[in-house]
Design a protein around this ligand. Structure first.
Ligand code: SPV
Ligand code: MG
Length: 431
């Protein structure tokens, strides 16, 4: 008997999937691949049920003979293993980022005379509703909040990009690239104090107050589903921090990162060019503990950021603080540097990992930007934050456009580098 293979990554079975299984049954024995979490999160919506639950769900569909786990978004391994006579898929993958996966499958099948069957994608109202419901579910606080911890468990390194508005949130949410047939996207968003302040034309000195920061988060949450890490500056007074932890948790923020500075905070990238004072280990530990006591869920993370390298207090000071902060309850450590080379960050990670194998390490390679995600992963880093690149790329582009309109006394000369009107009006999803 011939075999027919299809790969699913859905959490809900709708008419479209049932149609594929029905069609597949006409050609032979139906094997469904359940795309693993690890593979799924790189190109599709985040799962709302576990990998094991998905396998059970697919097994329960009438007409399915066998379910296997597909551990890569490309079908190479599974095709090698099963050697299906047919692969069946909806025709919606002919365009867009998934076209690369389709091309790869065709190449694999061609090698031994396998065939691809494409069935028209089911665009019914019911199917659209299921898609919408899944998206809305992912945006709910309880799903969004726990997703960062889930990602840390699933990804070699969690990739985070800055967002400070609905629009930058959409870029973080929707940008997908294809490289060597594989798709990739960001995992989470960083609500940077620098970029949130800059977008308001304000300096990064904790002048933009928590209410305004919460407004920014809410704007981003309205249009996205990915988890949010808030740059909480110093965390303010411990007595205030505990209330803010509760608020953030309730909103569905996944983590707050607070830095061990006190007094008037200035941006770390100034380093020692401005006066900045580090908080004592005892005081900062007390703030972390207070925050941990205040939180209600197990999902929320309070991550301690160490400024010793920024303030040139040395590696030993950074490490002493890291271990003390973890002892006080910190769920992660962010180590920051403004050196051009990653050496001191990598040394810190290596030495921290000698004693602590599991506490997540977060880094922000803004100045030591030659370091790769692969190198960071190899040194035990769990989260990489691209903290300000979106803001820094938008600013010169807007400035140049403004200058050129003034220079040419019309807008024609700048038009070539603008997003077409059609694209900007379709960028925002309609309900
Ligand atoms: C931010 O993005 O606001 C940060 C990171 O705190 S840095 O600007 O590098 O200090
Ligand atoms: Mg900041």
């Amino acid at each position: 008997m011939k075999t027919v293979y299809t790969c699913f990554c859905t959490d809900v079975i709708h008419d479209g999937h049932r149609n594929i299984i029905r069609e597949a049954g006409k050609y032979g024995r139906v094997i469904v691949g359940a795309l693993s979490d690890r593979a799924l999160i790189r190109y599709n919506k985040f799962p709302t049920i576990t990998q094991e639950e998905r396998v059970r769900l697919y097994r329960s569909i009438s007409g399915v003979d066998e379910v296997v786990l597909q551990d890569d978004m490309l079908y190479d391994d599974v095709i090698l293993l099963i050697h299906p006579d047919y692969v069946i898929h909806g025709d919606n993958w002919r365009e867009g980022p998934e076209a690369a996966i389709r091309a790869n499958v065709l190449g694999q099948l061609e090698k031994y005379g396998g065939e691809l069957i494409e069935v028209p994608y089911t665009y019914s109202e019911k199917v659209k509703k299921v898609d919408r419901l899944l998206k809305e579910k992912l945006a709910m606080p309880e799903y969004r909040r726990r997703r960062l911890r889930q990602l840390i468990g699933m990804c070699p390194i969690v990739k985070v990009i800055e967002a400070h508005s609905g629009l930058t949130g959409l870029i973080a949410e929707k940008t997908v690239v294809e490289e060597n047939g594989k798709l990739d996207q960001f995992d989470a968003m960083w609500v940077s104090s620098l970029c949130d302040s800059t977008a308001r034309g304000k300096p990064d000195i904790e002048l933009v107050d928590m209410s305004s920061r919460l407004r920014t988060i809410d704007e981003i949450m309205e249009v996205t589903t990915k988890p949010i890490i808030l740059d909480g500056d110093t965390g303010g007074l411990a007595e205030h921090f505990v209330y803010n932890v509760r608020t953030l948790e309730r909103m569905g923020v996944s983590a707050v990162i607070i830095e061990d500075k006190k007094g008037l905070k200035k941006n770390s990238l100034f380093g020692t060019e401005v006066v900045q004072e580090q908080e004592s280990v005892e005081e900062f530990c007390a703030k972390i503990s207070a925050g941990k006591h205040a939180q209600l869920t197990d999902d929320f993370m309070i991550i301690a950021r160490i400024e010793s390298l920024i303030l040139e207090k040395g590696m030993e000071d950074a490490l002493t603080r890291a271990f003390a902060f973890v002892e006080a309850g910190a769920d992660g450590i962010m180590i920051h540097s403004r050196k051009k080379e990653p050496d001191e960050i990598l040394e810190f990670c290596g030495r921290f990992r000698e004693r602590d194998r599991k506490t997540p390490i977060v880094v922000v390679p803004s100045s030591y930007n030659t370091v790769t995600e692969e190198e960071l992963t190899a040194h035990g880093v769990n989260i990489v934050i691209y903290a300000n690149q979106l803001t820094r790329s938008a600013f010169p582009a807007m400035q140049k456009t403004a200058e050129d309109i003034l220079r040419f006394h019309r807008a024609k000369e700048v038009d070539d580098r603008l997003l077409p009107i059609k694209d900007i009006i379709t960028l925002i999803d309609e309900l």
